[in-house]
Design a binder for this molecule. Structure first.
Ligand code: G3I
Length: 400
């Protein structure tokens, strides 16, 4: 009995040891699996970080000799770290060209009335804005687009009040001194300027404040009419900086053959050939509603770029966004298709070097506040995550 008791004791002790070993092996295995899974996740995270930092859209664009850009919104301009740095991160990672959404418009650059508006001096211009923009862009090797010299919107209130009473010569003097001062200050700092923005409505010139003044009165040299005045704008901009690229920029001019497109093409060619305006290119703004972006529409955009190219114009896409509105049946995947088609159509042409998108994310887009029931217009969503559209652009760049 004593022996069998000892045997039983030994056997049960042996079994306990075996059980403990099994438990240990299981624990070790679980630990090993979770450890290796942890490091895999870590790798994925690490790779994602590397991917985000090094393989943004711009890397594909650089490889193909193109510029893909975006705008810096006012909120970010005032505080680079807005939204916990998300917008900053998108701009730095994905884009090698940049424009200010609002800050370089006349309402900001010439907010205070110059002592003599007919002899604007560099001291009258808020050059701090330009410096801050240039510093940011240079730090991240971005091409810098100046937007905008002469536009009928977003002008300072003192000018809105005074301008209707000016003579043609005063309009010339003001415009000349402003453009000369601005372009000379920006010489070598800004790569391309929108000299004139949105001067056309349908198939004629926009009838803004200065329309009657310039078209009915001559200046002291006897020059009269918008063709003369617009040509001078480009000549003054060139006088300030001989290397900068100079653009006429507008919306609804993208599709070949519409009345505004026809007028625009006639206008810029005549300006260059008959009035010797040093105009280098046309900015096709490209604010599109999703249901407009059919294959036919996008191929007509390509035809516009070709037509301008035949007359030696650059044709860049300067403010691309594709909004989706309540009631539209199109999805984010349709938007991806449209972005992809536009980027590959435009960039397959040598005279289209730059595509700028108008908003780093749906959180930073003007669409939300200007088109009720519309939004989702950019490649990143409200939470700064990449949307299908982002990958559409990426695929188009990779396929170039
Ligand atoms: O400056 C005031 C500010 O003082 C006020 O607190 C705030 C309250 O809403 O409004 C501010 O002004 C806004 C301004 O942007 C600056 O944020 C205007 O209301 C708003 O209408 C203005 O919108 C800009 C729009 O141009 C004006 O026409 C958009 O941000 C800007 O993206 C848009 O950009 C234009 C291009 O320059 C030319 N092509 C078309 C494009 C889209 O409209």
């Amino acid at each position: 009995a004593a022996t069998s008791k000892i045997n039983f004791f030994n056997i049960s002790k042996f079994l306990v040891i075996i059980m403990k070993c099994i438990v240990l092996v299981i624990l070790a295995t679980v630990l090993l699996i979770s450890c290796s899974k942890g490091s895999a996740d870590e790798n994925i995270f690490h790779n994602k970080e590397i991917d985000d930092i090094t393989i943004g859209l711009k890397n594909y664009a650089i490889e193909k000799g193109k510029f893909i850009g975006n705008l810096m919104r006012d909120g970010m301009f005032d505080n680079l770290q807005v939204h916990n740095g998300s917008t900053d991160n998108i701009l730095k990672t994905d884009y090698n060209a940049i424009v200010l959404g609002n800050k370089m418009k006349m309402s900001n650059l010439l907010r205070t009335r110059p002592q003599d508006p007919f002899n604007v001096k560099i001291e009258d211009i808020n050059t701090d804005i330009i410096d801050k923009f240039v510093n940011y862009a240079d730090k991240h090797n971005m091409r810098k687009r100046g937007h905008v010299m002469i536009w009928y919107k977003q002008i300072p209130s003192w000018l809105t009040n005074e301008a209707p009473n000016w003579s043609a010569q005063q309009v010339y003097d003001f415009s000349k001194s402003y453009i000369l001062a601005l372009s000379a200050y920006c010489k070598g700092k800004i790569d391309e300027w929108d000299v004139l923005n949105e001067g056309i409505v349908n198939n004629s010139f926009r009838q803004g404040t200065w329309y009657d003044i310039i078209n009915t009165q001559a200046n002291i040299n006897g020059d009269i009419g918008y063709y003369n005045y617009f040509a001078y704008l480009f000549k003054w901009a060139r006088q300030g900086d001989s290397d900068v690229e100079l653009f006429y920029n507008d919306y609804n001019i993208e599709a070949f053959g519409t009345s505004k497109n026809n007028f625009m093409r006639t206008f810029v060619k005549k300006l260059k050939l008959d009035y010797s305006a040093p105009i280098d290119g046309v900015g096709l703004q490209s604010h599109f509603k999703i249901n407009l972006t059919t294959d036919d529409f996008i191929s007509r955009l390509g035809k516009t770029i070709d037509d301008l190219g035949e007359s030696d114009f650059i044709a860049n896409i300067t403010e691309l966004d594709i909004r989706i509105c309540n009631g539209d049946i199109q999805t984010l995947d349709d938007q991806k298709k449209a972005y992809k088609n536009i980027v590959s159509t435009a960039f397959s042409r040598d005279n289209c070097k730059t595509i700028l998108i108008w908003g780093p994310s749906d959180n930073d887009s003007w669409i939300n506040s200007h088109f009720e029931g519309c939004g989702q217009a950019t490649p990143h969503d409200e939470n700064f995550n990449k949307k299908p559209a982002y990958f559409g652009i990426k695929e188009a760049l990779m396929d170039l």
